[in-house]
Design a protein around this ligand. Sequence first.
Ligand code: ZN
Length: 559
Amino acid sequence: MGLSAAGIAGLMSGSRALAQIGDPYEPDLILTNGKVYTVDPLEPRTEAFAIKGGRFIALGKSDDIRSLAGRHTEVFDANQMTVVPGCIDAHNHAPGAILLYDVIVGNPYQVEFVTIASIVDKLKERARQTPPGFWVEGFFFDDTKVQDKRALSVHDLDQVSREHPVSVRHRGGHTTYYNSKALELAGVTKSTPNSAAGTFDRDPNGELNGRVTDRARNVFLNVGKRATFSPEQTLVRNRDALAFISKQFVRYGLTSVHHQGGDLFALQQVRTRGDLLHRVSYEAQADMLETMITKGIATGFGDEWIKFGATAEHTCDGSFSERTMALSVPYPGVEPPYQGNVTTTQADLNDWVERVHRAGIQVNCHANGDVTIDMVLTAFERAQRLFPRPNFRPKITHCTLINEDLLRRIKAIGAVPAPFTSYGYYNSDKFRFYGEALMQRCMAYRSFADAGIPAAAGSDFSPGPFAPMMGMQGMVTRKGWNGETWGANQRISVDEALRVLTINGAYASYEEAIKGSITPGKLADFVVLADDPHTVDPDKIKDIEIVRTVTGGKTVYQA
Ligand SMILES: [Zn+2]
């Protein structure tokens, strides 16, 4: 919409522009001379906009918007740079405390190859400062980002220490590697049986190799010692951790993130101190979820900065990246035949979904494989039949491997998938474990878009890097860091990827009326990009520099 003189009458009465020219409420900020992709179908492109009180109040041509400026208005000349709505990550573990305080053995943010020796050295260093009997733990390991081209093993970790239990967690979150001391403390031997929910892996000679998957890891929960902190120390740690990760999010262009649990009190303190730079859809788990159910806190409680969203992911199977998700066919080339781990039963899942749904809380289940997506949909369909709710939007976190029947049921029940985004680039080295036939049905953004299903972006950080531009490149090219392309049939366009990263994320938390597009009346969350993803080499989208990130009209990151 233009704001020429002739348009002023329209501005005064038009519902899409809330500013009043000449009134004392001049805009706080105007952006002019931009290539603005609004993600608003009513006005997809514009040059300029005005912001007041943390919201967009008008869009239009640069001259018209400039004419709204008063003496105190900050004017930002975008100099023909690209502007998009603030990006939304609909599934993130926000592991700030790990990043700040723990031993990081891989690169959380980018593709980087490390050596097993470097992992052992880092852990040895930590072991030197740790009393015997206490855990020494490494994080952000990625089994396909190791220069040695072999698996990390119990023998490597025995080099770290024989006095400490030692573990290295895969960044995917579903497998962990242990040393002999840890296995001994947990009473695990080579004759300990596997279960449907998790495995103790063996080498070709039948000896434990140290890798343990999914629920089998429960035996390590209560063995060994861990540092303890007073409530005051814990609060300070959590506060610093959340402030730290908030800075990382906005540095990459995220203005809203769906957090998997975390310290809600610390989050509020970070906000009070002015250090919360992104908006949080808080996805409750464990005690907090129980409190919500029993005390009557439903989805939507909170405000535009911290709001209760769906539940945290209710885990139903294993992981894509670690190859433990539940498949209806055996994993190609794996002996003995293996179809992944199912970590719940249909009956338990039905009960959980029904209880949460009845409490007015948006359900959210983690299901990667076609087996468990089917189970989750069965539970959703049952809950909705027993207790119909309008506008039902159950989340399926990951929703990785689909088929035509699952697609139809997802659409029919109104479920919102949040598949991996950055994996298309970051984890292409794992696609060969599934093969082209399965990859044509994994992270199926094309299928979702064609079916009219508003799939949102779920980086799943730690498992995937959260950079939205890396996510966009993965969705647009399906080409990995190693140059391999898998499931090219699932490619989507830059505009479709932008919707996934913005308005669909808002929809996933019932917030599409207040965020997800540059629309008058919505929260003024946006990102300025140094290049236009529509015109750069698609293989360079991930390298586009974030020039500025603005949340609620306030600049929270500047290059
Ligand atoms: Zn997750």
